[in-house]
Every structure is written in C-alpha cells, then in structure tokens.
Design a binder for this molecule. Structure first.
Ligand code: AHR
Length: 497
C-alpha cells in the first residue's frame, strides 16, 4: 500500500509542552514497594531506591510524575506518610485492599524525583478529605517556613520547600469504585473551593480538575460541563483517562482504538471552549491526559488476589508487541493535539501496568517502553500539522481507520524533523512519501523500527530483548522527496536533518 504525508513548515500545531511525556506512580501493588523502593535488595542505593529502576526511568526522560494516586489518593492521609518511619502507622488501604505501611511517603517520593530528574505532580484527597487536608499539605510542601506545617517539614529534614507546582484535585471522582465518589455538582463545588484556597497559599500552582474517568462513563459530557462551569476560574486543566484492551483478540479493531482517544480529546476540548464561551472568559482550560495506556491482561486474574497483603502484585500486565503499537498510536494522537494537551501521564511506570518490570534479579523494558522512549527522546519541538493520506479499513467498532498513523515534529534546535509512524496494516508494508523541499539539504539520519513477526511476542526476565528496536536502511530523500517503506504492523521513528 501507499500513503502520502503533507506538511508545511509554517503550519504548526503548537510547541510541545514536555509535560506531555509525563508518567504516573501510584502507591499500590509492587510499584513503590519492590519496584522503586526496595531497601535491603542488592539493587538498592543508600536511600533504598532501586538503582536499576532509576537507570531505566531516566532513559525515559520523564519531566513530570503524578503521585500518589490514582484510586489510592481518595483514602490518603498524607500526614501518615511523613516524619520518622518508625512512627508512621500502618493502615487499611481500601482502594486496592492492601495494608499500607507508609514506609515510603511524600518526602521519599520527592527524593526519588530528584534522582530520576523529574518534577512531581501531586494529588490531594477529595474522597475522604477536603479543603483542610489539602491546604495543610500545600503549606507543608510549598511554604518557606515559620508556620506549623512548614516548620514540620523542616523538622522532618527538608529545610527548603518542595515547591510542587502541579496538583490534581482528587482522582476519578465520578466513578462509583472511588472512595468518596461524588456527583458532578458535589465535585465541582469542592474542587472549586479547594482550588481557591490552595491558590490563596500559592498563586503560582496549576490545578487539574477531574474530568470523567473514561469516555464510556454514563455521565461523560454532563460531568465535564458541570465541573467546568463550577470551577472554571480556579482550575487550569481538566483530566482525561483512557485504557484500552484487546479482550476480543481482534488486533485490527484493537489498533483502531486511537480513534476513540481522538474523539475523547476533541470532545473535551469542545466542552472546555463551550464553557469558555458561555462565561465570556479569556482564560483557556487545557487538557491533562493524566492516565493513558493499555490495561487488560490482568483484569481477570487480579480478581483472585488475596486481600490485606502488605505487597500484592496487582495490575502486572505483561505487554506484547501489539500493545506497543497501540501505545505508539496513542502517543501520536496526544502529540497531534499538543495545542491543548499540556500534560499527559502514561499510567503507570514500574510493575503496575508499567513500561518497566522488576524482579528480585533485575529490571527490564516491556514492549511499551519503546514508543514512549522514542517520543520523549526524539520528538521535541513543534508539532507540524501532519496531513496523512492513507488507505483505510473498517473494523468491528470503527470505520475509516487510516492504516498509517503519523505525526511530524520539527526540532529547530537540532535542525531536524522527526516522523513518528505506525503502520497498522497487519498484512502489508506501507510505502510513504513526503515532500520535504522546504527543508533544504535534509537527509535521512536514522530509521528506527520496532517490529516483531508475532503480535503476541513479549519481553520477560529471561528474554528481555525479544521485542527491541532495530535500525532500518532504505529510507531516503531524493530531490527533496522523502520516501520510506514501513514494515507491516510496525512502529517507526525516522529522523531527518
Ligand atoms: O492506574 C490504575 C487505576 O486506574 C488508577 O488508580 C485509577 O485512577 C484508574 O482507574
């Protein structure tokens, strides 16, 4: 098959906010305990943090990491998670039915963030708690000193404020599984009042209000409109969450799910702007897609996990090659809307639906590690309005699915243009062309491919490089016309410069 891409260097979607390459670490499963923090293990550093995980997380080059939840945050008593470890209480953790020792908490997270060179995106509990706990937590984190909470931070060994600049106002408050879930009106009111108070303490913070926890929620739309209406002036972003799965084992339909993500994004943008119009406001609310990924492999098996364990291997999806293709497509979809998506967090990071897996003998990269790694490291700068003329297919749930998903990003600093592309055709390679004459003397510098003949191939502890990128030859620019062949069902990164 053949596809054509059309770009113009003056037609720019926007400059990428690097927070689009964010991630998410929830206090659950083996994400923190054993994954990030494993004192006594041969991999632990002087603070108990796994060095092998720090190395892999650093490779991903993540600018912001959301913490501590997720569902966990709706029962979070933050005061339990600070101060001398031997005085921290163990509590029943109701979101995931475990016992939380609080051995790892807020300050440990801040220390770890420094080691992986990232910034925190902290969440406040609007499930069981509210304004009071949120203001105290913010005072503890961001106030210089001379007050009860800021001095307590100093007493805990943190002289300088943590200065956390992005905060989530609760998590998935529309979901009935959420501790303290709310109606849109109840949530909109508490989110607005909490936001107002938090900004009294630190006017520089940016706040994310909960949107729907999924596009399929029955309240989707009404929820956004109500929350935006009630909290517009005090919030900065509204959140979106989406997870996809191939339960039906229908790869063509599964790979088409990026179209659902696309509709989700454009709908929420429209809702933000409808409320903006109604309010005659000059302010624009942006999108924080702060949970996105594939999640389905463990949905059934996790149901039989024993309750009230200290550490429980939950949501440990082992990702296969087709999952990496969809993750690549989702990444492209996010980038194509970078004018409004200013934060996005792949959910999650280590062991729990993560690109990184660990055992007692090491850490390795799952298949989905690679598209994120490539985008974060190669796709920086300005997203070009990338018109893709591709043949299309119909699948069970979608019509007119382009076989080729693609985006081009211009990096002025490096004098490069990077093409990210997924060929969703399960049978045939795709020849792609693009007129690059505006970029004089550009050549193909590199063509990276993630391909495996078996869509179900996985990376494991014993075979960690089963699915790994390779370098392809053959892509070229002749007389200003770029051409390349993209293997059937493959993820591609092509650097031109
Ligand atoms: O990421 C796993 C869970 O998915 C989060 O805790 C929750 O916010 C979402 O439902």
């Amino acid at each position: 098959k053949k596809s054509k891409i059309v770009i113009d260097r003056h037609f720019i979607i926007d400059k990428i906010d690097r927070n689009i390459y964010g991630s998410f670490v929830e206090q659950m499963g083996r994400s923190i305990y054993e994954g990030i923090y494993y004192p006594g293990s041969p991999f632990a550093d002087e603070d108990g943090f796994r060095k092998d995980v720090i190395k892999l997380v650093s490779e991903l080059n993540i600018p912001i990491i959301r913490y501590p939840g997720g569902n966990f945050v709706s029962g979070f008593i933050w005061e339990d998670s600070v101060g001398p470890k031997n005085e921290r209480p163990a509590r029943l953790e109701l979101a995931w039915s475990t016992i939380e020792t609080n051995e790892f908490g807020l300050n440990e997270f801040m220390d770890w963030c420094k080691k992986v060179n990232t910034k925190p995106m902290m969440a406040v509990n609007l499930g069981t708690r509210g304004i009071e706990a949120a203001r105290n937590l913010l005072e503890y984190c961001n106030f210089e000193g001379g007050t009860y909470w800021s001095d307590l931070r100093k007493k805990h060994g943190y002289e300088k404020p943590h200065n956390i600049k992005v905060w989530c106002l609760g998590n998935e408050m529309d979901g009935d599984w959420q501790i303290g879930s709310k109606t849109a009106y109840e949530y909109g009111r508490i989110a607005n009042e909490t936001a107002k108070v938090m900004k009294m303490i630190d006017p520089d913070i940016k706040l994310v209000a909960c949107g729907s926890s999924g596009r399929g929620m029955p309240t989707f739309g009404d929820w956004e409109m109500t929350v935006l209406d009630l909290a517009y002036d005090n919030i900065d972003y509204i959140s979106l969450h989406a997870y996809y799965g191939n339960q039906a084992n229908d790869p063509a339909d599964y790979l088409a799910n990026s179209m659902d993500m696309e509709s989700f994004i454009t709908s929420v943008i429209a809702m933000c702007d409808a409320i903006k119009g109604k309010k005659r406001s000059k302010k624009q609310i942006n999108l924080s897609f702060d949970e996105w990924n594939v999640w389905y492999h463990t949905l059934e098996s996790d149901k039989s996990l024993e309750k009230w364990q200290y550490i429980s291997p939950r949501l440990e999806d082992v990702y296969n090659f087709e999952d990496a293709l969809l993750v690549g497509s989702m990444m492209i979809t996010l980038l194509r809307h970078c004018h409004r998506i200013k934060i996005a967090c792949m959910a999650q990071l280590v062991n729990v639906i993560g690109p990184i897996m660990t055992s007692d003998t090491g850490a390795w990269r799952q298949t989905i590690f690679y598209p994120f790694f490539h985008a974060s490291n190669y796709a920086n700068g300005k997203v070009l309005n990338t018109l893709v003329y591709s043949p299309k297919y119909d699948s069970k749930n979608y019509t007119d699915v382009p076989y080729l998903d693609a985006v081009m990003v211009e990096n002025e600093e490096k004098d490069e243009v990077v093409l990210l592309a997924v060929n969703k055709d399960l049978e045939e390679d795709m020849e792609v062309t693009c007129d690059m004459r505006q970029y004089e003397n550009y050549e193909v510098k590199k063509h990276i491919v993630l391909y495996h003949p078996d869509l179900k191939a996985v990376n494991t502890e014993d075979n960690p490089d089963n699915v790994a990128p390779t370098i392809e030859t053959g892509a070229k620019i002749d007389d200003g016309i770029f051409s390349a062949v993209l293997k059937k069902h493959s993820w591609n990164v092509i650097v031109l410069g």
